[in-house]
Design a protein around this ligand. Structure first.
Ligand SMILES: [Mg+2]
Ligand SMILES: [Zn+2]
Length: 185
């Protein structure tokens, strides 16, 4: 059965922004993240993490170190995440997966039967908003992480500005479809 998805950014959205996070000791999941994901899942959404991790190509940390962090996130969130997708490449590598390119969303769509019309991208950067615009999903920008810093320089406004993932989840479940937000006065 088709399900809508929340394509959620990792750093600054699910967890505190840490420059090139690589050690589990530095991992801080936001206090609202667990409840937000629970609410979204209860409303039928898949939770798909999409994260740019150029620290791997920069050799700041290994893919295995990132995987350890992802395992810890999954453990602390009680297995709430349906899939993790990451881009390990440099920004100028010309890959098809680095946000705002669609590669990670396409990979998730080949693994899950996703109803894109009711899906959302949630993140703290302009590239997250642009990803959602390109994918044709709803878009939410959170003010945690780089949110406040990036807000004045957006190429496109998101459908929803939210304080954090908790508020984002409440607004998403209170909305019948992304289009109804866009058309609201
Ligand atoms: Mg981020
Ligand atoms: Zn890539």
């Amino acid at each position: 059965m088709k399900k809508p998805a929340i394509f959620v950014d990792r750093d600054g959205t699910l967890i505190e922004e840490v420059n090139y996070l690589s050690r589990v000791e530095d991992l801080r999941i936001f206090p609202f993240t667990g409840a937000a994901l629970k609410l979204l899942k209860a409303n039928g959404f898949l939770i798909i993490v999409v994260t740019n991790q150029s620290g791997i190509a920069r050799e700041v940390y290994t893919e295995a170190a990132m995987q350890t962090v992802h395992d810890q996130i999954q453990a602390e969130l009680g297995g709430a995440i349906d899939g993790f997708y990451f881009c390990p490449h440099l920004p100028d590598a010309g890959c098809s997966c680095r946000k705002p390119s669609l590669g990670m969303i396409e990979a998730a769509r080949s693994d899950f039967d996703i109803e894109m019309e009711r899906s959302w991208v949630v993140g703290d950067k302009d590239l997250d908003v642009n990803l959602g615009k390109r994918a044709g999903t709803g878009t939410v920008m959170v003010m945690t992480g780089y949110g406040l810093k990036h807000k004045p320089f957006l190429e496109f406004d998101p459908d929803i500005f939210a304080e954090d993932l908790g508020q984002a989840a409440e607004q998403i479940v209170g909305t019948t479809s992304p289009a109804s937000v866009t058309l609201a006065p």
